[in-house]
Design a protein around this ligand. Structure first.
Ligand code: GUN
Length: 304
């Protein structure tokens, strides 16, 4: 995959471009599957009216359409009870035409997110949030791949960034990104030496500056500055933070966890925000949906 070097020396690792390439590969796989009578289908549950969640869900449905994947949306009001939500998951679990189910989080406060995640059948858990699937991952035999972590790995692979033997520092230990990514990268398939940092880590800038590959997944706008980055490092920014900016037409703009401009002359390569890891997450969700359909039809994994 081509990457671009802007004015500074740093390569810009474009998730937009890489995800386009992957989506083309997936589109061809969907066509092949359909000739074999397999038609992948994703069900998306959206509870409440969080505007960011609505944008994500629309984008997931649109991408399904682009790839020839069927999708259905279960839109539920903000006052949905836990029992009502569990009933919808149950209905989708037992519908054989549905291969993948995702429930967009965060959920309204009356709903118990953990119980909902655990209620999704592990074979339809295309987010790879279920403890069973996280357990398989930890045991080194993943079935589904967690979408954002696998997106990060695809960016590295398709940009020619070696992971084997590299010192990787992951800042953030969330169940969705930091922890599964650190587990994946320590597996034999990737062979990285992984350090996981979090809010209680001492000497954070010094720890980060030991990284050949630095991953920021903390949700704090432009927190990772030049002093965190070793010269020649690869920096992956998983952050998506909306900050106020009066000079911007919308009055706000999206920034990552990394001060992208500030690391231009230090890092060898970095992912921008927007246009970095974000578009990869949806492509990987499509990948998991295709694999869910394959597994449920007795086929093996489609490899990327
Ligand atoms: N909310 C933010 N990211 C995600 C995601 O990847 N999956 C789901 N289900 N909800 C999210």
């Amino acid at each position: 995959m081509e990457t671009t070097k802007p004015g500074g020396g740093m390569r810009r690792l474009s998730g937009t471009e890489i995800s386009k390439q992957i989506k083309e590969e997936l589109k061809e796989e969907v066509i092949r599957l359909k000739t074999q009578g397999v038609s992948p289908k994703l069900a998306v549950i959206l509870v409440g009216d969080d505007p960011a969640s609505a944008i994500y869900v629309n984008s997931k449905k649109r991408t399904c359409g682009e790839l020839g994947i069927d999708s259905i949306e279960k839109k539920m009001p903000a006052n949905t009870t836990q029992a009502e939500l569990l009933a919808v998951v149950e209905e989708l679990n037992s519908d054989p035409s549905v291969n993948g189910i995702l429930c967009q989080v965060p959920l309204p406060e009356q709903c118990d997110e953990h119980e909902i995640i655990c209620s999704i059948h592990p074979e339809k858990d295309v987010d790879c949030f279920h403890p069973y699937n996280l357990g398989l991952l930890t045991a080194g035999m993943p079935k589904f791949m967690p979408c954002t972590p696998f997106g990060v790995l695809q960016i590295l692979k398709r940009s020619g960034c070696e992971t084997s033997g590299q010192n990787v520092v992951v800042v953030g230990r969330s169940n969705i990104v930091g922890r599964p990514l650190s587990i994946l990268m320590s597996l034999k398939a990737y062979n990285s030496t992984v350090t996981v940092c979090h809010s209680r880590s001492r000497n954070l800038p010094e720890l980060c500056a030991t990284a050949d590959i630095l991953v920021a997944a903390i949700g704090r706008a432009e927190f990772v500055t030049a002093d965190f980055v070793k010269p020649g490092a690869i920096v992956i920014d998983v952050g998506m933070n909306r900050i106020e900016d009066a000079s911007h037409p919308k009055g706000s703009r999206l920034v990552g966890d990394v001060d992208y401009a500030g690391i231009q002359d230090i890092a060898e390569a970095a992912t921008p925000v927007p246009g970095g890891v974000g578009p990869m997450t949806i492509a990987m969700l499509m990948y998991n949906t295709i694999n869910a359909a394959r597994f449920q039809s007795g086929m093996d994994r489609f490899e990327l």
